[in-house]
Design a protein around this ligand. Structure first.
Ligand SMILES: NC(=O)c1ccc[n+]([C@@H]2O[C@H](COP(=O)([O-])OP(=O)(O)OC[C@H]3O[C@@H](n4cnc5c(N)ncnc54)[C@H](OP(=O)(O)O)[C@@H]3O)[C@@H](O)[C@H]2O)c1
Length: 298
């Protein structure tokens, strides 16, 4: 199951996204990475996806494509199921038939958070919205379709990339544009994670001796979104004031998971979310990283 033994062509689905950008960097040095976004192939067009896989003859397929967002999934549940559950099922079946390894990504949103403790691989998912249900269905579909799989469950991410629509990047952009005050939920608690740390760990796991299966992948520790954004502002030297709010102040179409930090019972801890935040911010402002080549150690 080691990629090096299998070869080195990586088909990266969703290379323009946050994880896709990080994974392209993590695998770039000695792999042939074939990056595909929605402009190249519509992932909801399953014959086109199957043809792409056949054409590319990958050793590893990394699927970051997802229908993200609670409201988007509530509005279009069938599209959510197609992209988040049926597409991974198709990729799992192709992996089994064609002999490549499949890396797939899941989310903390498969959990309600009612346990009020960090959640490990053995915790039973109990989603509370269509996004969570559809992603959990994807996890099960991959697990059942192929033994050659790695599923990485991720918490709230920050990272580089051309898409700036997700919470952390959106708030940074607003602060950098001069907004004086932001209101951020202090009652959504996660384990904030740098996409680049996650991507380097994915590579280490897949190329190392770790067995296929499900992994929770997060920087160490937990924080509310409010704490995270305050830390970002401090590291970026931005004067925007970050006020405490509740997630209930930002209504959504379905229940939100509000306490879902992830921990792993299988992987050594990654560096803390504060160190990862400092590294991300240093890179963003063009400063040297605060910790030398500070990627997670496995
Ligand atoms: N971001 C987070 O905070 C977070 C947290 C937990 C779990 N995750 C999981 O991590 C994975 C990656 O998330 P991300 O944040 O990297 O997502 P993202 O930034 O939104 O990127 C999604 C990627 O999927 C592509 N895509 C979307 N719909 C497509 C379609 N119909 N056909 C082809 N490509 C399509 C997008 O391409 P275009 O750019 O061309 O549209 C983009 O490259 C997902 O499985 C997600 O559930 C993310």
């Amino acid at each position: 199951m080691r990629i090096s033994a299998l070869g080195r062509r990586v088909l990266l689905l969703g290379h323009t996204g946050k994880m896709g950008t990080a994974l392209a960097e993590a695998f770039a040095d000695d792999h042939e990475v074939v990056g595909v976004g929605s402009r190249d192939v519509d992932a909801a067009d399953f014959p086109a996806v199957a043809a792409l896989v056949e054409r590319t003859e990958p050793d590893l397929v990394v699927n970051t494509v997802a229908r993200l967002g609670i409201d988007a999934c509530e509005r279009e549940p069938s599209l959510a199921m197609k992209i988040n559950a049926m597409l991974p099922r198709l990729l799992g079946r192709l992996a089994s038939e064609r002999g490549f390894t499949l890396v797939h990504f899941s989310t903390e949103c498969v959990f309600s958070g009612r346990k009020r403790e960090p959640l490990a691989e053995g915790d039973e998912p109990d989603p509370v919205n269509i996004y969570g249900y559809s992603k959990f269905a994807g996890d099960l579909a991959v697990r059942d379709a192929t033994e050659r799989h790695y599923i990485f469950r991720l918490p709230v991410l920050f990272g580089e990339g051309p898409k700036r629509g997700q919470l952390v990047e959106r708030m940074i952009d607003r602060a950098e544009a001069g907004e004086a005050e932001l209101r951020i939920a202090d009652d959504i608690v996660t384990s904030p994670t740098y996409a680049l740390d996650a991507a380097h760990t994915v590579r280490s796991v897949v190329e190392g001796d770790s067995r296929p299966g499900l992994y929770h992948l997060a920087n160490h520790g937990q924080a509310s979104l409010h704490e995270l954004m305050r830390e970002m502002m401090a590291n970026l030297g931005l004067r925007t004031r970050v006020h405490r709010a509740s997630y209930r102040d930002f209504p959504s179409l379905a229940e939100k998971n509000s306490f879902t930090p992830l921990r792993s019972g299988k992987l050594a801890p990654l560096r803390s979310w504060r160190d990862a935040t400092a590294a991300y911010c240093a890179r963003r402002v063009g400063a040297p990283p605060p910790v030398a080549e500070s990627h997670p150690a496995l």
